[in-house]
Every structure is written in C-alpha cells, then in structure tokens.
Design a protein. Structure first.
Length: 276
C-alpha cells in the first residue's frame, strides 16, 4: 500500500503516517507540498494521503482546508490522528551564530515568542515543511542557518539541537487527516468519533447561520469547532467549517440543512486516534 505524506522523511506528517501504517510493507511517499500530497491521492498515485489540518496553537492549516473545500470533488477524511508537537531548534553545530531560521509557517508561529526573545536579529524564512527546513540547513553547512523541526529531523539530517521544546505552549497538538476511499485498520487508541461538514449559506435566508446551528441542536449534536473561511469569490462571502461529534442521524442532519437551502459538503466522518 502507498501512502502520500508531506515530506521529506522525518517530518511530523511522516511520524503520523508511520504511526498509522507501521508495517514496513507499506510504502510512504514524500511530496513537497500539501497540495501535491492531496493531488497524488486524487490522481491515484497513492492509496491514502495524510495531511495536517489543525494545530492547537495556530488553528487551521488553511492550505488543507481550502483545497479540500474549493478544489477537491469527493476527497474525504477516513481517520484523524492527533500528534503531540514539540518544536526543536537545530543547526549544523552548537556554536553557530544564527543569522537565518527556516521552518514551516505553523512551526514558526508556534515558536515565535522564543525566537523574538533569543534570536531577535535573525531573519525568518518559511518552507513547505519542518523536515525540509532541517534538510536544507544540513545541505548548507557553511551558513549560519538553523531550522525548527522535530527531533527525528535532527537525527535524519545530522543536525545538533541547540534549543529544546521552543513551542509557546507545552500542550501543543496537531490534527492530521487520513484521506482515502475506505477506513484502514490503525493500531492506535481511539478517542472519539467525529464528522466535518462545510456549509455554504443561502444569501436570501435571514439568520441562516443561526438556523443551521439550531438544526444541530435539534438533533442533539455537539459541535467541537466552527470556523469561517472566504469563498474566494467576493469580499464578505464565506463558507463555514463545522466539526461535530458523530451522530447516527448524520444523513438526516444533512437533509434538514439542505431543506433550508444550505449547501453541504461532506469532508469526512472518522474516528480520532491519539499518538503518545
């Protein structure tokens, strides 16, 4: 079985993919961006794709959410994996005078308070993944570069950790979605079961959002998240991303929403697995 992930090897996404598919018979294939990971699944290059969807400090990974809603027709989450995140600052040697720091935008944002305090003069540059940042720094040994990445990246690319656990909050977690046609057997403990819907409200329905949320309440369904994202059409037009506890009334809920003139896109119903 082939599983696409946001690479290179030793990224947080790689760790989530390996936790879900620990058997060495499964082939993990790295891609350079979240968009490429999802497209690899849509083009049948892989059987499953795993992408980050939300961090507990920085919120949604918009590249994932927006692509799945705006560009993907029928790609759905079959499982969610929650991974504790620890950010490490690493360089080719401990005595480097760091002038530039590389990492994924989410990792930079999670560590910004530490960087501003300890490296106020260092330039910060975004990369497509934390592991790519570590790989890039390892390939420029002569430069005063550093990367924010997981511990596994320091081992994979021969870097020295110069500051440990630099994320702003200790309780730092990232949700990853496993995209596919079927639900695989995942050897991790199950925490709960959820569903994610994207709602586009009717312009001529006063109080549309209130009425939509009332339907969830009528079915006794507990929401765990609601977020608005721009439709990328006109200013002020949005879709609403809703996470909720899974209910056996799932299809009846969708039917009730659609009867109100609300467009519903199903992004997945899935079990939530927790990495240790």
């Amino acid at each position: 079985m082939k599983i696409g992930f946001l690479g290179p090897k030793a990224s947080f996404t790689y760790a989530a993919a390996r936790a879900a598919f620990p058997d060495s018979s499964h082939q993990l294939i790295a891609f350079d961006s979240i968009t490429e990971v999802i497209r690899s699944y849509e083009q049948d290059l892989v059987d499953y794709a795993i992408v980050p969807v939300e961090n507990s400090i920085e919120g949604s990974v918009h590249q994932t959410v927006d692509y799945l809603f705006l560009q993907s027709d029928d790609t759905r989450a079959q499982a969610e994996i929650v991974q504790p995140i620890k950010q490490q600052l690493m360089a080719t040697s401990a005595d480097k005078k760091i002038e530039k720091i590389f990492s994924h935008p989410q990792a930079i944002a999670q560590s910004l308070k530490y960087l501003q305090c300890h490296f106020p003069d260092a330039k910060i540059e975004s990369t497509d993944s934390t592991a790519y940042a570590a790989k890039f720094v390892s390939e420029h040994h002569e430069k005063n570069y550093a990367a924010i990445a997981p511990t596994a990246s320091s081992l994979e690319y021969g870097l020295t950790i110069i500051a440990q656990d630099i994320q702003e909050i200790d309780e730092n977690f990232t949700r990853f979605w496993l995209l596919g046609h079927t639900t695989p057997k995942i050897p991790l403990p199950v925490e709960t079961e959820k569903m994610t819907l994207a709602l586009t409200l009717s312009d001529n329905l006063p109080g549309a959002l209130y009425k939509a949320l009332q339907i969830f309440a009528d079915f006794g369904i507990n929401l765990t998240k609601i977020e608005s994202r721009p439709l990328k059409t006109f200013l002020g037009e949005y879709f609403f991303l809703i996470d909720a506890q899974f209910s056996e009334n799932y299809l009846y809920l969708i039917h009730a929403l659609e009867k109100l003139g609300i467009t519903v896109k199903r992004l997945g119903k899935y079990k939530v697995y927790k990495m240790s």
